[in-house]
Design a protein around this ligand. Structure first.
Ligand code: NAP
Length: 255
């Protein structure tokens, strides 16, 4: 159990961020739950409370640097410290270079890449004080290409580069920075993608995973908490994809 430490989690209203926040709270962290979706956040916090976890809910858009500064300030004012930062807020933007317009490209980078940077920038001084830990949620599209996801993959590659630099820049001050690259995780984001894709898309992607299933938010939370407590992990780019980026894989009878 963790005692007296504070976890600051973005994207905490839904999916991965929500489960990471709950698990961190159950682990003993005092929780600061950040999201732009006020109603979703309020509902998530009620769910946390039903499990005995209290959270400071802060509505903020991670693409707005001032909002992140205010959120981190509020966390420090209430709890006095920040020990673990998890940057999970992100959006799915689909399209190729031929069909993405400038606004969609910018939105992807603003939220997914700049949002991670603004989260890090607003909390790094606190993490230096506590010799804390930063964990970003990138994607398998942060280390490989992803057909039809040019803006998303570019943003997620940027997140990997950003976190690697943080590991070098702030490791000497005792801050550990790591990034998780999940394949598909069964969350509202993944459901939206499958629901708007041609029939068979979900099965196609599932068949490409050696472990034969999508990740759950709990699978991601396991790794976040492991990286947070692992005293020597710094600059880790953690592929959490059931083996799908390990090499060529052909499932079932076709193998
Ligand atoms: P999700 O269910 O859509 O949850 C994301 C949460 O972040 C939502 O509450 C969302 O609010 C919030 N958010 C989005 N933009 C924000 C912003 N600008 N400021 C503050 N909050 C914002 O998605 P998820 O699947 O949990 O994804 C979490 C992270 O994991 C994302 O970075 C995603 O790219 C990454 N990831 C997901 C998968 C997957 O298959 N699910 C795989 C690899 C990586 P709204 O509902 O208002 O947008």
């Amino acid at each position: 159990m963790v005692t007296d430490q504070v976890a600051f989690v973005t994207g905490a209203a839904s999916g991965i961020g929500r489960q990471v926040a709950l698990r961190a709270g159950l682990e003993g962290y005092r929780l600061v739950a950040v999201d732009r979706d006020a109603d979703g956040l309020a509902e998530a916090v009620r769910g946390f409370e039903a499990r005995g976890v209290t959270a400071l809910a802060v509505v903020a858009d991670v693409s707005e640097p001032d909002a992140l500064e205010a959120a981190a300030q509020q966390a420090r004012a209430v709890h006095g410290r920040i020990d673990l930062v998890v940057a999970a807020a992100g959006i799915e933007v689909l399209g190729t270079v031929a069909d993405l317009d400038a606004a969609a490209w910018r939105r992807s980078l603003d939220v997914t890449l700049s949002g991670t940077f603004f989260t890090a920038r607003a909390t790094i001084a606190s993490l230096i004080e506590t010799r804390g830990s930063f964990v970003a949620i990138s994607s398998d599209a942060g280390t490989t290409g992803a057909q039809g996801y040019a803006a998303y993959a570019a943003a997620k590659h940027g997140v990997v580069g950003l976190v690697r630099c943080m590991a070098l820049d702030h490791g000497p001050a005792g801050v550990r920075s790591n990034v998780i690259c999940p394949g598909f995780v069964d969350t509202p984001m993944a459901r939206r993608l499958f629901d708007s894709s041609p029939e068979g898309t979900e099965e196609f992607y599932r068949d490409a995973i050696p472990l034969g299933r999508f990740a759950t938010p709990d699978d991601v939370a396991d790794v976040v908490l492991h990286l947070a407590s692992s005293r020597y992990a710094n600059g880790v780019v953690y592929a959490l994809d059931g083996g799908s980026t390990a090499g060529y894989f052909v499932s079932g009878d076709a193998a």
